[in-house]
Write a protein that binds this ligand. Sequence first.
Ligand code: DGL
Length: 287
Amino acid sequence: MVKFDLLAGTAAPNASAPRDRVPRILVFDSGLGGLTVHGEIARITPSAELIYVADTEVFPYGQLAEDVLIARVRAVIAEAVKLTEPDIAVIACNTASTLVLPVLRSAFDIPFVGTVPAIKPACEQSLSKRISVLATPGTVMRDYTRELVAVHAQSCDVTLVGSTRLAGFAQDELFGAPASDADLIEELRPAFVEKGGARTDIVVLACTHYPLILHRLVALAPWPVTFIDSAPAIARRTAQLLGDVKEGPQLPARAFFTGSEAAPPPLRAALGTYGLSDIQTLKVSGG
Ligand code: DGL
């Protein structure tokens, strides 16, 4: 059985405790995919202070061994929490959330919100009862994901697709180097299944990178489907845990990247659309 509720946050510590400043939310991902969650959080909690942390030095996480991933995420979060003292952290990464959240919750004294494949709502919404989960290889292999399917998708035929390249392609798009249509179709195609007269009608985007290229996925889909992006649900859950957010002076969002390469102009422009112009390097020892 699944022993932890990744979306639930924790009853304690309390993210809605009174404070003398606007709440500070840390949003973490392996790379730039968490921006899709960051953007939704900024939209519904405009007066919160947002800190975006990307482990660009180690990206992608999709094929890392589980023990390596646990140690790395813990090390990055330890540095980020020490430096920025957030009130709440959002792990905007399915690959990490489906594995690391219990470790983070026991190691740090702040609430964590996770991001996990939206299998339950997908199965509920599907008319053809044929859904696909498009994710990293790590996410589709996790016990947690398999349990979600077993518990919440009994009435559906579920195809799990572990893409080795799609997160990189999504990230390349922000770097101003979009993948070709043919490359994207190769990653997308296995999520479209037609069997016994029924076609896939819902594709769960179970990697926060994929909504970055949603327009291309929609255009290249072999037939129309509903793509499910968890970002709005994650943002709502974060806002709920924060409770009433006190109005205060708008503090600019900051980004910390573990990699030391300078962001090229197209990436700076893309980050600017998320309100991120202050980009710093986060040094991580260990992990
Ligand atoms: N954005 C991450 C996720 O949601 C994964 C990308 C990667 O590092 O492979 O799973």
